[in-house]
Design a protein around this ligand. Structure first.
Ligand code: PLP
Length: 379
C-alpha cells in the first residue's frame, strides 16, 4: 500500500508516539493535582505549549489547546456572538468548519461576505479591500492554504488590509503548519488554527493561537484549565504527542519542503505528460509542497479513487470531509470549474516519508487507471 492522502491525515510520527507512551502508562496523573508526579505531568504540558508556540513564532501564553482544527475554527468565529451583530468576511473556499460556523453567525444576525477566488484559488487583496466595511467588519477569516487544491494565500497582505480597516484577522493554517514555515508575527495574524494530525501528531489535538491583545470568551466553562477559556482535564498524551510532532516537523521544514516539492513536481509532470485531458488545479507554484490536485476529463472521481485504492494507492477526490456527501466540490466550483469538472477531481498528497520509487509508482498507477476507466486499455 502507498499512502498518498496526507492532507486528510498523516501517520503518527514515531517521535510523537514515543513521547506519548509514558503519559498513557505510568504518568497518568491529573495535571491539576499538586503532588510531585502530577506536577511533572503539568510540566510536560508546559513544554508542549512552548513547542507549539515556538513552531509558529508565538508566546506560550498565546496557545490554547483544542480538540483539533474544527474546534479552533469554531471557537474564534463563534466568539463573535457575544457582541452585537456586525460583519464578517471569509472566502468561498474555506473548510466547512469555517463556513458552517459562519452559517451560525448569520442565524445570530451577522452579515457574512464570502469572497470569490480566481481560477487558481487565490483571493485578490483588492477584492478584500473593496468588501471590507470600516467600523462594521469585525473579523476577516481566510485560510493560509487550501485543503483541496493546496493554494497558499497572501496572508500578510490580507491581514494588513483587515487591520488598516479595524478588523481582526484569523487564518485557518491547519494544512500549512508543519509543512511550510508559519510565523504569526510575520503574517501579522491575531488568531490562527492548527491541527495535530496534519503534521504527524495524534488525532483529536489542535490549538488556537490568540494574540495576547485579542480578547476571547471561554469556549468551555468548568474547572478553569487553559486560563479559564477551555475547561476540562487536558488530553495530556495527545498534547505531548502534538508537541513532539510539531517540534520534529519544523526542525528541517525548509529542506523538507524543498525535497517534497521536488517529488511533487515530478509526480505532476509524469501524470500530465503521460495522459491527455488532465489538468492541474490550484496555483502552479504557490502551493503546499506535497500537494497535487487535478481534474481528469471524463473520469468520475469516486471511480478513479476506488480503482486506485484497489491497486493499493490511497488518494482522494478532494476534501476528505465532503467526499461522501454526494455533491461536487464547492471549492472547485468557486474557482470557476463546472459541475461536471468538479466531479472529476483527484488529490494526491505526499509527505517527507513518501519515497521517490513510490512517487513513480503512484504516477504509473494513476496513468493506467485513467486509461482503463476511459476504456483506452493500457499501452
Ligand atoms: N481546516 C482545514 C483547512 C482542514 O483541512 C481541516 C481538516 O481537514 C480542518 C480545518 C479540520 O481539522 P480537524 O480535522 O483537526 O478538526
Amino acid at each position: 500500500m502507498i499512502y498518498a492522502d496526507m492532507a486528510a491525515t498523516t501517520p503518527l510520527d514515531p517521535v510523537a508516539l514515543r513521547a506519548m507512551l509514558p503519559y498513557l502508562e505510568n504518568d497518568f496523573y491529573n495535571p491539576s493535582a499538586v503532588y510531585p508526579d502530577a506536577v511533572y505531568v503539568k510540566r510536560a504540558l508546559h513544554r508542549s505549549r512552548a513547542k507549539v508556540a515556538q513552531a509558529i513564532g508565538a508566546a506560550p501564553n498565546e496557545i490554547y489547546f483544542t480538540s483539533g482544527g474544527t474546534e479552533a475554527d469554531n471557537w474564534v468565529l463563534k466568539d463573535r456572538i457575544y457582541s452585537a451583530p456586525y460583519h464578517i468576511i471569509t472566502t468561498r473556499i474555506e473548510h466547512k468548519a469555517i463556513l458552517n460556523a459562519c452559517r451560525v453567525l448569520e442565524a445570530f444576525g451577522w452579515r457574512v461576505t464570502y469572497l470569490p477566488v480566481d481560477h487558481t484559488g487565490l483571493v485578490d487583496p483588492a477584492v478584500l479591500e473593496a468588501a471590507i466595511e470600516p467600523g462594521h467588519t469585525k473579523l476577516v477569516s481566510i485560510m493560509l492554504a487550501n485543503n483541496e487544491v493546496g493554494t497558499i494565500q497572501p496572508i500578510k497582505e490580507l491581514a494588513e488590509i483587515a487591520h488598516k480597516n479595524g478588523a481582526a484577522f484569523h487564518t485557518d493554517a491547519v494544512q500549512a503548519v508543519g509543512h511550510i514555515p508559519v510565523d504569526v508575527e510575520e503574517l501579522g495574524v491575531d488568531f490562527l488554527s492548527l491541527s495535530g494530525h496534519k503534521f504527524g501528531g495524534p488525532k483529536g489535538t489542535g490549538a488556537l493561537y490568540v494574540r495576547k491583545s485579542a480578547p476571547m470568551h471561554p469556549l468551555i466553562d468548568g474547572g478553569g484549565q487553559e486560563w479559564g477559556l477551555r475547561s476540562g482535564t487536558e488530553n495530556v498524551p495527545g498534547i505531548v504527542g502534538m508537541g513532539a510532532a510539531i517540534e520534529h516537523a519544523v526542525s528541517f521544514i525548509t529542506e523538507d519542503a524543498k525535497e517534497v516539492s521536488a517529488k511533487r513536481d515530478m509526480l505532476v509532470k509524469q501524470i500530465l505528460s503521460e495522459v491527455p485531458g488532465v489538468a492541474l488545479t490550484g496555483a502552479e507554484h504557490n502551493r503546499l509542497p506535497g500537494h497535487a490536485s487535478f481534474i481528469v476529463d471524463g473520469v468520475d472521481s469516486e471511480t478513479l479513487v476506488m480503482d486506485l485504492g484497489n491497486k493499493g494507492i490511497y488518494v482522494s477526490a478532494g476534501s476528505a470531509c465532503t467526499s461522501s456527501n454526494g455533491k461536487p466540490s464547492y471549492v472547485l466550483k468557486a474557482m470557476g470549474y463546472t459541475d461536471r469538472q468538479a466531479w472529476c477531481s483527484l488529490r494526491i498528497t505526499i509527505g517527507t516519508e513518501t519515497r521517490l520509487a513510490e512517487v513513480k509508482e503512484i504516477a504509473a498507477a494513476v496513468t493506467s487507471s485513467i486509461r482503463t476507466l476511459r476504456g483506452e486499455g493500457v499501452r
